[in-house]
Design a protein around this ligand. Structure first.
Ligand code: DGJ
Length: 707
């Protein structure tokens, strides 16, 4: 018999039906009163149309072809004799319900499978998290091709926003009307990827940052993934997400259980920014999230400063300059290990190059820590160059099919971490360095896609992903004080699961402030600013050759976890003084920036882009207003702020950033000449404030403080 359960978040309610097959969400949206579950189910009960089968199979959390669901089944698999290919589960025992977690138990004795589904919604949060566990209770192996989770969406969720991208163009938004049929997003790159980011937002027609109902989804997984948004012909919509499994990749032996990745969903009735805030709140609620007690250290990263050209004296001087401008962490990027002089050799040989560092890294580390800075070190542990000691000794440790010619990427191959010997070797090398040296930070890079990734003769991306998590976890346990940054050719591995072991993302190799406006806006859809590496680069961007003033570069980097990616030894005295000013200002606003609610503003004016943070108690806000293009009109539109307290009075000022302001008008708005303006939150949101005429590719910061 069908029963119903209700789960409440802070602003959301989930109504679940269970008792027959796998549980199904009947309603997921804004908060409903507690006693409504049966009435909701009755009100939404669907009639049968003509020319259909005699039951309408629900869009269950794990929908079943075996029950007559014609969309994408939640489980796909079979036994060697072909049986078990269309399982149909029944509830085997009542669910276990705690304050914010429910576990459902189902079985299909005919197929020889048990299914457990866990669904998690804290009553002071708005993120629902779910996963499934599948057990083979039969006595033959079960070959699994899909293990995914599905959530239904109302028919009025008519538009989709998802993200594609490439190296230096991460989180590129793609908006489309979702009429009928399926939108499928499959990632086979062996990392969360630049181009098939596992995130989808669906919303009511025309939804934007501050308006419309929006449902957001993210699969927390760092390997291959498959997301489907489908509208079936009976009108129902659903989102399904899971790991993308290759044939033979998962063969469940008798008695074996497999856990799916977590699927995260968030809902808001007031636009995209609020969905992002729900995701951010979820992340900020984790024990491993960077705490405000230790502000995020401003860092200097050596990559664009020296690339592979490591010279101890130069690096010491660079560290001196970093300390002078107020940096608190010095990260030695690629180029420090045995014979690593360019990207053709040495990955896998994680010991210090004795030509560049005859006395090891200790002299540099102690110089850096002596200046009061933390020391960080770059690794790319999952990779090996054919030209390396490691590969010459163990060519068989490669994650590939040795019967074929190996395909290189950036001159490198993937190391098979699911091979216990390879794993132990890499673990040992990193562990030794972290033990011997005063290292507080690791930049963990991963720079090539999986191609024909084969472990023990079978598709191996899943095994590799799990081995990676194990490696990160073990190193984390041995060295709990070491913070790890997740980097993958910039932001190619940014997801909630890698975040269990890491505390920062390198958002993009593109430090061009113009590109970064959009990249960081996309990144903020899922991740809060304190996790977003944002560095000030030199005047000329290394990846686009565009030139920008420090004011524009600073305004963009200011909003994340600030860093410097610039050879300060080449910077003028003036420039270094300005960087110092920027760092000082960032430190002053860091508590607000790294705890406030991210608010992205909508604008009819395509030449501008505004985003910022509003303090949780709405007492203060900071918005970066950027001219990203030449405009159609000669005078820009007023900036209408959002998510302030309508009743409170706020004083608005411009926070002066170092460098040229970019102002280009004959006069300024009156309020700027006056130095500030005081208005109610309501006025600031309804009518806004006039910005000055600005050059394209310049920005300013609005500081808004409650009186
Ligand atoms: C790719 C990263 O994204 C860069 O920041 C840098 O660490 C290089 N790898 C080093 O090879």
């Amino acid at each position: 018999m069908t029963k119903h359960l209700m789960l409440h978040g802070e602003h959301t309610t989930l109504v679940l039906a269970h008792g027959d097959g796998p549980p199904a969400v009947v309603y997921w949206g804004g908060s409903l009163p507690n006693d409504d579950a049966e009435s909701v189910a009755s009100a939404l009960n669907r009639p049968l149309a003509h020319a259909t089968i005699d039951v309408e199979a629900p869009v269950a959390l794990v929908p079943e072809l075996g029950s007559g669901f014609f969309g994408s089944p939640g489980i796909k698999g079979a036994r060697p004799d072909g049986s078990g290919w269309a399982p149909r589960f029944t509830e085997s025992r009542p669910p276990e319900v705690t304050a914010d977690d429910i576990r459902f138990f189902c079985e299909d004795p005919i197929a020889g499978l048990e299914l457990e589904i866990e669904i998690f919604l804290k009553n002071n949060r708005d993120v629902v998290a779910l996963r499934q566990m599948l057990k083979n209770t039969g006595d033959t192996p079960y070959s699994l091709g899909r293990q995914s989770l599905s959530l239904p969406l109302p028919t009025h969720a008519e538009e989709i926003l998802d993200f594609t991208g490439r190296w230096c163009d991460e989180f590129h938004p793609r908006r489309q009307v979702w009429e009928a049929g399926a939108i499928i997003n499959e990632n086979r790159r062996g990392r969360s990827s630049h181009d098939h980011v596992a995130v989808i937002f669906a919303g009511t027609r025309g939804f934007d940052e501050q308006h419309g109902e929006v449902w957001g989804f993210h699969l927390g997984w760092s390997g291959n993934s498959r997301l489907v948004a489908e509208r079936v012909s009976d009108g129902r919509r659903y989102l399904q997400a899971g790991e993308l499994l290759f044939p033979g990749e998962v063969i469940l032996e008798a008695g074996e259980t497999i856990e799916s990745p977590w699927l995260y969903g968030a809902y808001s009735a007031t636009g995209l920014s609020s969905v992002s805030q729900a995701f951010h709140q979820h992340l900020r609620g984790r024990d491993t999230h960077p705490s405000l007690d230790k502000p995020r250290p401003v860092l200097l990263n050596t990559w664009e400063a020296v690339y592979f050209d490591h010279d101890l004296d130069t690096l010491k001087k660079l560290a001196d300059r970093a300390a002078e401008v107020g940096a608190e962490r010095f990260v030695l990027d690629d180029g420090w290990f045995h014979r690593r002089n360019d990207d053709t050799a040495a990955l896998g040989d994680w010991f210090v190059d004795d030509q560049k560092y005859p006395d090891g890294l200790e002299p540099l580390v102690s110089h850096v820590t002596g200046l009061g800075l933390e020391f960080g070190l770059w690794f790319e542990p999952e990779m090996v160059n054919p030209n390396s000691e490691l590969y010459r000794a163990h060519p068989e440790w490669v994650l590939a099919d040795a019967d074929y010619e190996l395909i290189l990427g950036r001159n490198q191959l993937v190391l098979d971490l699911a091979n216990p010997d390879a794993y132990a070797h890499i673990f040992g090398q990193i562990d030794t360095l972290l033990t011997d040296l005063d290292i507080s930070y690791v930049k963990w890079d991963m720079n090539r896609d999986h191609v024909q990734a084969t472990h023990n003769g079978r598709a191996g991306t899943r095994a590799q992903t799990l081995a990676l998590y194990r490696l990160l976890a073990e190193l984390g346990e041995r060295h709990p004080h070491v913070e790890i940054e997740s980097c993958s050719s910039g932001g190619g591995r940014a997801d909630f699961e890698i975040l269990r072991h890491t505390r920062r993302f390198w958002t993009s190799d593109c430090n061009d402030a113009l590109e970064r406006q959009r990249i960081q806006r996309g990144f903020s859809m899922l991740f809060p600013p304190e996790l977003m590496g944002a560095h000030v680069g030199p005047h000329v961007s290394h990846t686009t050759r565009r030139t920008h003033d420090l004011g524009f570069r600073g305004a963009v980097a200011f909003l994340g976890h600030l860093g410097i990616e610039w050879n300060l030894l080449d910077a003028s005295d003036d420039e270094r003084a300005q960087v110092k000013e920027l760092v000082t200002l960032h430190k002053k606003f860091r508590p607000l920036l790294h705890s406030g609610d991210v608010v992205r503003l909508d604008s009819a004016d395509e030449a501008s882009m505004t985003q910022g943070v509003v303090a949780a108690d709405k007492s203060e806000a900071l918005f970066a207003y950027a001219r990203i293009n030449t405009a159609r009109s000669s005078v820009p539109d007023p900036v209408q702020f959002a998510q302030l307290d309508p009743e409170r009075k706020y004083r608005v000022t411009i926070l002066a950033l170092p460098g040229r302001s970019g102002e280009f008008g004959r006069t300024r708005p009156q309020w700027m000449d006056d130095g500030s303006v005081v208005l109610s939150g309501k006025a600031l949101m309804m009518m806004g404030v006039q910005p000055p005429v600005l050059d394209p590719e310049s920005a300013l910061l609005f500081h808004i403080v409650a009186e």
